[in-house]
Every structure is written in C-alpha cells, then in structure tokens.
Design a protein around this ligand. Structure first.
Ligand code: A3P
Length: 303
C-alpha cells in the first residue's frame, strides 16, 4: 500500500514499516547482498535523531590514533568531508547506487549507517557478531526537526506543511521508517537482550553527559580509552571536533551540495534538546506524550 507523504512522493509499507518508495530499491539490494563481517559497525537511527552527529563521533573515535586536529600533517577528514561521506548509508546510498557494490575498499572495522528497522536488517547482520549502535531522540524533537527538513526539501513544490498535519501522521506511525515507536522499541529490546551486540544511545544523554556516553561507546566497540587518553584531552578533542558549533561552521557542511541529494547544511539546524517547545502547543505536546505512554508502557523507555 502507498500513502502520500510529506517528505517524498510516497511512503510504501514494507515488512511493517513505512519506507520512502524511491529508496526501497536500496533496501532490497542491501537485504539481498550485504555480507556482514564480524568486525563491522553499523550506526542505526530513525531520521533526524542525530545521525550526522554520531557518524562524526564514531569516525573520530575509531580513527583517533590516526588523526589529531592539532597535527597539521594529518588534517582531520571531518574538516573537509561531510560525515555522510565518511560513514556512508548502506540502504540510502551504497546499495541504492549499485545493486551489489564492492565494499572491499573499506578498511576493517568497516563503519556504515542505516535507517532500517531491526526486523528488516539483512540476515547476515543479525547472525554475525558485528555491532549495532542505535541512536534515538525524543520524538518531539525528531518531529520538529523532520518538519523543518521536510519544509526545506518540499519548499519549492508545496510551501510550508502545517505542523499539526505532520504530528498527526507521525503519531499514527506514518513517517520515514516509521512507526517511529516500533523502530525505537525494537532496538531498545534488542539492546537489553543482546547487550554485546546492540548499544542503545540517546541524543539527550549524549548532550547532557558526552564524556560518559563517549566512554560507553568506546568500551562497547572494544576500543576503550587508555588511562593516558583519559588525561591527555583525547576525549575532549573528539567532542570538540564533533560539536554542532564546530561541524556546522565548516565550509563543507555549509555547502549547498551534498551526496545524499539534499544540501549538507540542512543536516545542521539548531542541534538542541527541547526545541520542540518553540513550535508545538501544549496540546500537541500532550498528544505525543499520550502516544509515548501507550507505546512505551512497560518497556522502561523514557524521554
Ligand atoms: P535539529 O533539526 O533539531 O537542529 P540527522 O543527522 O539524523 O538527520 O539529525 C539532524 C539533527 O541533528 C538536526 O536537529 C541537527 O541540527 C542535529 N545535529 C547535527 N549535527 C549535530 C551535532 N554535531 N551535535 C548535535 N546535534 C546535531
């Protein structure tokens, strides 16, 4: 079944989730051809949960020995490349452009991203010992971020889309890779059942206590910070490099061109927790609260 969507022409219900129909080709190719390696690391998100940020963080963390922002001989790749180019999407990029891309050029550990729900991941991802890092974000901020993004993408064609209309669809599960609720819940459950395989991170916790979350991430990925690194500013350096202020000010990220078919700068808007309060009425907030209560009841998941 197809539904008219407010981001792309249509959303298409596939395996219980709403996929942008023009991207389904990449999902099928990813499911059919991707062979996970035990050392692979996959970042998974629902769109607008902070994917761009965590791509930068993961890249910097894993490559911390190789690059230092103080070393002019080895300038950090994030200074000249957008995080989406350093950590490509499997479904939205690599398998969309080619049915069976050659991934041999990616050095181990290979670092990729995807928006796929847990139940739709290729079998080899679920069967192998590769690791999944899931980042989620308060649905109210996700929705407002998605609404802004949508307005930019659609602006020329449709003009502003009313927020209440987006909220209504989002609440009913009609959003990119939605239902948002099940997307988050499935990974949350997987992370408690398989703590060595799935790490569940929250945008709000990353913002509030980035040191602790970065150390959690490093431990989970098997590359913990050494005592020396904890003292010599390595952690702070990664966080500084990946901060909203730093990344959003770089020329490459202000660019109107981007490899995902939209402008790089659209991935950097405000980068704050609670911005939804500037756009949603109290009633709109309550509507999301009541869906959260119903959907997350008994899961231990709270925003
Ligand atoms: P806002 O629209 O609320 O500002 P995604 O990367 O999944 O598309 O998510 C985009 C959201 O993450 C946007 O949220 C964007 O501003 C925010 N973001 C991008 N880079 C960030 C960073 N370095 N730190 C915190 N938030 C960031």
């Amino acid at each position: 079944p197809l539904e008219e969507d407010w981001l792309v022409p249509t959303l298409c219900l596939y395996q219980g989730f709403w996929f942008p129909s023009h991207l389904l080709k990449g999902v099928l190719a990813f499911q059919n051809h991707f062979q996970a390696q035990p050392s692979d690391i996959l970042l998974v998100t629902s769109p607008k949960s902070g994917t761009t940020w965590l791509k930068a963080v993961l890249f910097s963390l894993l490559n911390r020995a190789k690059y230092s922002d103080l070393d002019s001989q080895q300038p950090h790749p994030l200074l000249t490349q957008n995080p989406h180019d350093l950590v490509p999407f499997l479904d939205v990029k690599l398998y969309l452009e080619q049915e069976n891309p050659d991934l041999a050029a990616f050095a181990s550990p290979r670092l990729f991203a995807t928006h796929l729900p847990f139940s739709s991941l290729p079998r080899s991802v679920r069967d192998s010992t590769c690791k999944l890092v899931y980042l989620c974000r308060n649905p109210k901020d996700v929705l407002v971020s998605l609404w802004h993004f949508t307005n930019k993408v659609k602006a020329k064609e449709k003009g502003q889309i009313p927020l209440p209309e987006c909220l209504d669809k989002f609440s009913r599960g009609l959003s990119l890779y939605g239902p948002y609720w099940e997307h988050v819940l499935d990974y949350h459950k997987a992370s408690s059942e398989m703590p060595g395989k799935v790490l569940f991170l929250m945008y709000e916790e990353m913002t509030e206590d980035p040191h602790v979350q970065l150390r959690r991430l490093a431990d989970f990925l098997g590359c913990p910070f050494s005592e020396e690194e904890l003292k010599d500013g390595t952690v702070e350096g990664i966080l500084r490099m990946c901060s909203f202020d730093n990344l959003s000010a770089l020329e490459v990220n202000k660019s109107e061109k981007g490899s995902l078919g939209v402008e790089n700068k659209w991935f950097f808007r405000r980068g704050e927790v609670g911005d939804w309060g500037n756009y949603m009425s109290a009633d709109m907030g309550k509507r999301i609260d009541s869906v959260m209560e119903e959907k997350f009841h008994g899961s231990g998941l709270k925003f």
